[in-house]
Each structure stands twice: as C-alpha cells, then as structure tokens.
Write a protein that binds this ligand. Structure first.
Ligand SMILES: [Zn+2]
Length: 273
C-alpha cells in the first residue's frame, strides 16, 4: 500500500539507537552453569514495538501530530464528536486478548445529508443545503487518527486506509499477473489488523468489483468482531449507493448502539481560517 502516506515522524517513533543493546533489543542477563550466556529482552524492546506499530499503521503525514488534546472544539457538534470518541476509547477492550474474546463495535462519523444526495439537488438548493449541513473540515479524520494512536499505544495493531487510494490499489493488485499474491497480501493486512481505520469510506467511484470488495472486508471483519473505525461524507442511506447495500448494513449493524455511529455536521473550519 504505497500511496497511503507513511509517517516518518522520528520523535513519535522514538527510534534512536539504544545505547544498552545497540539496537539488538537483547542484553546479557547471566551465565548459566554450563557457561552459556543468557540474554534477556532489553527495556527498549517495548518502546520499539510501539514505534513499529505506529509506523505500520500508515498514519497520513498531515495527521502525525493529531491527538485528542489538539482537536478544536468550536461548537456543540464538535464537542459531541469529541465526547463520543473518548467514550468509544473508554469502552474499548483493554488488550488484544480481550479484543479477541469480546470484539469491539464499529465506530463512525457520517454526514446528516450525504454528498450523493446533495449532488442530486438543483444548483440553487445545493449551496444552501451544503452550507446548512456542512460535513467537511469538522475534524472527523483528526479525531479518528487521534483515537487510532491511543489504541496503538495500548498495544493494538492498527491500519489506516484512505478510501480512494486504497480501493485503487486493491483494484490494481487484482489485475496483476502474480496469481493474486499482492492482492491477497493486502487483503490479509486489512482483514487481520486489530483495528481498521477507514478514512472517507464511499468516496471512490462505485463499481461492481469494488462493491464486492467492500462487502467482503466489512463482512469478514464483522465475523471476526474486529472493529472498523470509519468516516464518510455520505449519510447512512447514501453510503449504500456508494459501497453497496449489503456492506452498508453490515457496517452500520456492527456500529449499532448508543453512540457508535454518529451523524455530524458543522462549520467548515478550513474555510474559516
Ligand atoms: Zn535496548
């Protein structure tokens, strides 16, 4: 997944070479009765593991510094989005064993009035509705990346994909003549990650092949009770037009509950600045 931006933020990764073990992650412990040198894991190992998970998560460059503290809450809606995110985090399993056992809900931000619906309006109504129910630039991705980083810190494997580039790459991989090797490798990462963050789901141009893929991923993760954290500029109905009805209902079903899938709208702060 090359076109998904990888982070190379060194301060977050803490990847300075450890002076104790010179980067081998093991240190001498003791000599046993036969004179063999016994080594133990170095203290840096846990720190590096977090760094690797962070690196493997494919956090988009512009969100490397996103955290819960620097999310701007300028209105009630953003305050609510923030609170839901914190609640979700608090309700999340403590570790991978617990996740394996009980699973976790999907968590999503959708629009109140989806792009697909807005595009279908006549131009006069379009701008008014768009303005009234704006869904852009309210920090959905920021919050979810911040959430992802917290989960990475807690030891979970997190993968972040961005809809358009991810779907493009999957479709390209499918056409490769390598007996499906690339395709399956990518698919396997997406299915087996503890947590999948799916940015802008439903943005890619719909095709039948993509519809099949959406359903496969959403359904397989559903069966494994592995959560998808997603955001979309579509609403709960128009998203079905983009990713297919079956995938949409599975996605939302696993996100059923008091606060797991939230409709959002607000002032576009990118325009305000
Ligand atoms: Zn070390």
């Amino acid at each position: 997944m090359n076109s998904t931006n990888n982070s190379n933020e060194t301060s977050e990764l803490g990847e300075t070479k450890c002076p104790k073990c010179y980067g081998t992650e093991v240190v001498f412990d003791y000599k046993d009765e036969n004179g063999y040198e016994i080594y133990k894991p170095c203290a840096c190992r846990e720190r590096n593991a977090w760094g690797r998970r962070f690196k493997n998560a494919l956090i988009p460059e512009e969100f490397v510094h996103a955290n819960l503290e620097n999310y701007e809450r300028e209105n009630e809606n953003q305050q609510k989005m923030f609170e839901q995110t914190v609640k979700y985090l608090e309700s999340f399993p403590d570790d991978r064993d617990e996740l394996q056992e009980v699973g976790a809900k999907n968590f999503g931000f959708t629009a109140t009035i989806g792009e697909q619906r807005i595009r279908a309006l006549n131009p006069g109504d379009r701008s008014e509705i768009k303005h009234k129910h704006n869904n852009f630039g309210i920090g959905k991705t920021h919050l979810q990346i911040a959430l992802a980083k917290q989960l990475i810190k807690q030891g979970f494997n997190v993968l972040v994909v961005s809809d358009v580039s991810f779907m493009d790459e999957m479709m390209n991989a499918k056409r490769m003549s390598d007996d499906g090797e690339s395709y399956n490798r990518m698919l396997n990462s997406v299915l087996s990650a503890d947590v999948l963050v799916w940015d802008d789901i439903g943005k890619a141009k719909p095709t039948e092949a993509k519809e099949g893929l959406y359903y496969m991923i959403v359904n397989e993760r559903y069966k494994r009770k592995r959560p998808i954290i997603f955001n979309t500029n579509e609403d709960k109905n128009t998203l079905a037009d983009r990713i297919g009805y079956a995938a949409n209902s599975r996605l939302l079903e696993r996100g059923q509950g008091e606060y797991y899938v939230m409709e959002t709208e607000g002032i576009d702060w990118r325009l305000k600045k």
